[in-house]
Write a protein that binds this ligand. Structure first.
Ligand SMILES: [Zn+2]
Length: 434
């Protein structure tokens, strides 16, 4: 049986003693990470979690005495983190040598008490009951939310601290449900900055106004923070408030995305989204914050795991697919379309349509093969419509649908053929010259 992994995360309600113990665990994880980074940087040890752990076990007995208070798992996971950080760095170095990327390579950094969120992982004797969780060396800790975590004995839990609050997360393997939807329906979704998401069936998800309010507040706090003297107590206090506000915003954003992704994966059989070249877009500083606010990565991540859960194929269009530049009616390619043009005007068939809706319809029509010749005259069709394959969601439509056990009554190719479908799906846009 095919399974997928899903994560559950919820807040802990530790007492003072437990809070201290949690902090100690996080402290040793950070200490061990920095300890290992120092030695691997000097090439005393290979950047490999196993090697580091061997070295650490010997070293700690000779050099420190407080290691016995905490579980040995905390440093172990920190070493794994470090290994991953190195792998990431080496991958970037390789790409950079080939000239594929520019910018910082991201050599692993020392973790400061202030900078990164404290986190560690525990294995061993773990118990989850409906309102509490038992952790090795720490004991039973109450949970803020009851009856959410899967009850049982997981082999591993992750503990994180965010803005002064502690969270526990566990993973669980679940079988992939072969959800049979009543009818086949496909939708293209264009992610935007002003509107969070526009669907090809004309449904629009606006950006949450709570988020806008929270962002305003964030600005105020940021200003206050920067006015405080560096290293002072007041600055430290402001930093904590700032972290709390950031956390709040992240949560609000996640919530609104959850609503959208649940809706899409539950009601649709196929969702097509863009493969955003985020690193390219982030060069535009003004756009940068907005983009990260909308949480494109988070959106895609949620779609991918919920797609598996609810039997919805997620298709990521190639990053060269010019979804906003093609006319969704006749396939004319508008090479002069600018970022500020909110309306798409087709010079060939006269279609006048909202830019985002046009893009969403094109995404819905996205297919490995395209019958429109007009658009391929201007752009290399291979680049524009080629399907990349990496990971589950990028596999081609048919494979993805077959794996989920979705059978289509209609001939698939016909169903999403570029021209035919576009007409059937024709939105309310006006036609000026036709
Ligand atoms: Zn047209």
């Amino acid at each position: 049986m095919n399974t997928y992994r899903t994560g559950y995360k919820t807040e802990l309600k530790p007492n003072n003693k437990q809070n201290t113990l949690l902090l100690k665990h996080a402290g040793i994880a950070r200490y061990a990470y920095n300890w290992a980074l120092e030695r691997t940087s000097k090439r005393e040890i290979k950047p490999n979690a196993m090697d580091i752990h061997k070295y650490w076990t010997k070293w700690k007995k000779e050099n420190i005495n407080w290691w016995s208070e905490v579980s040995k798992c905390a440093p172990q996971v920190a070493f794994q983190d470090l290994e991953n950080a190195y792998k990431h760095f080496f991958r970037k170095v390789k790409l950079s040598k080939k000239g594929k990327i520019r910018g910082k390579l991201g050599y692993p950094k020392f973790k400061s008490k202030k900078g990164s969120d404290a986190h560690f992982s525990l294995t061993g004797c773990i118990h989850i009951e409906y309102n509490r969780v038992k952790l090795p060396r720490i004991g039973w800790i109450k949970l803020k939310e009851k009856d959410y975590l899967p009850i049982g004995k997981p082999s591993q839990v992750f503990i994180t601290q965010k803005a002064g609050r502690w969270f526990v997360s566990v993973q669980k393997e679940l079988p992939i449900k072969k959800v049979k939807k009543e009818y086949y329906s496909s939708v293209g979704v264009d992610l935007g900055v002003k509107k969070l998401a526009t669907c090809s069936d004309e449904k629009v998800f606006e950006n949450n106004k709570f988020l806008k309010k929270a962002l305003k507040k964030l600005k105020r706090i940021q200003r206050k923070h920067s006015r405080r003297t560096k290293g002072g107590k007041n600055r430290e206090k402001m930093r904590e408030i700032l972290a709390k506000q950031h956390f709040k915003i992240t949560n609000q954003r996640k919530n609104s995305l959850h609503e959208i992704t649940s809706y899409l994966t539950r009601t649709k059989s196929r969702v097509v989204i863009e493969d955003l070249n985020v690193s390219g877009m982030l060069k535009n500083r003004k756009l940068a914050r907005n983009i990260s606010d909308c949480g494109f990565y988070e959106f895609r991540r949620q779609l991918e795991y919920k797609g598996l859960r609810y039997g919805c194929a997620i298709v990521i269009a190639d990053r060269w697919f010019p979804s906003s530049k093609i006319c969704s009616h006749c396939g004319w390619y508008n090479k002069d379309l600018k970022l500020e043009d909110r309306t798409f005007r087709c010079k060939k068939c006269g279609l006048k349509i909202d830019r985002d809706l046009n893009a969403a319809i094109n995404l819905n029509n996205y297919n490995g093969t395209v019958s429109s010749t007009e658009s391929s005259e201007k752009i290399s069709s291979e680049k524009a419509f080629g399907e990349r394959s990496a990971g589950y969601s990028n596999r081609n439509n048919e494979t993805a649908l077959n794996e989920l056990g979705i059978k289509q009554k209609t001939n698939y190719k016909f169903f999403i053929s570029f021209k035919g479908r576009a007409k059937a799906n024709y939105p309310e846009g006006e036609i000026e010259n036709a």
